[in-house]
Every structure is written in structure tokens, then in C-alpha cells.
Design a protein around this ligand. Sequence first.
Ligand code: FES
Length: 158
Amino acid sequence: MDPDGSEQDPEMKEQYASVYVGREEDVKRSERITAVVHDREVVIFYHKGEFHAMDIRCYHSGGPLHLGEIEEFDGRACIVCPWHKYKITLETGEGLYQSIDPKDPSAKPMWCSKGIKQRIHTVTVDNGNIYVTLSNKPFKCDSDYYATGIFKVIPSSF
Ligand code: FES
């Protein structure tokens, strides 16, 4: 089974090969770095003993997530976009929001998920080196819009 076709297409296979992005000790010390992985800009966070990688530009309007603060909401670690304060879970890329029942003004706001909005990539640690493998999950993720086309800062090699 080859759901993304990468076994037949060597170019696709190359695009999803893992890329070295830095030394483990350096990322742990700085707690975040940015990198370009096969022409895609990503940010890698180190938070509470775990590494997380995601598209660097916020799915909402392209805000610079590497400049945001990490906070916990409903027990989930999120990067808060510095532009309009959208909250994105580090683990899954879900957009979180609070909702209330307008018919019940006494109700407490509840945290809800919009689903996966920011594309999450895989971080691997090997022998003190950090590698990122781009996600090849075949779904349309909102952050893809700012990671490709005219919004892409790094020009394609084509
Ligand atoms: Fe990130 Fe608007 S651009 S919240």
C-alpha cells in the first residue's frame, strides 16, 4: 500500500526525506528554532521535554508563530499567535477556541476544537541531532495556504 504515491515517485520520496535542522542541545537551550525543510518554513519548539514542529505561518492570516508565546489552555500546550492570539495546540495543530451558550449567560465558557488547522511535522532525535520530516498526510490543512504559492518566502528551486 502506498497512499501518497511516494514509492513510485522519487521526487516525492525526496520531499519527504528527513532533514537535519540542528543540534539537540542547542534546540533545548533556545527552546525554539526555525528551519527550512525542502522549501517549507517550519518552527521547532522544545516544550516540557518534547519537540514539536509545525508550519511557521499561522493558518489564520500568516502570522509568525515562532514569535508567539506558549501557554496552556484546557491542559493543552498551545502556541499563541502574536497577531490575533489564535491558540494552536503543539501536539496536534488544532485551533482552540472558547464557546458559551448565548441563551445561558451564567454558563462557563468551554474550550472547543476547530479541528486540525496547522500542519504538524515529525521531529526525530538521533545521536544528539534533530531531524524534521514533513507531513505527507493527504488532507487539506489551512496552514498549507501560507506555506505555498505567493506567501512562500523561500522561492522554489523550479
Ligand atoms: Fe495568527 Fe491571525 S494570523 S491569529
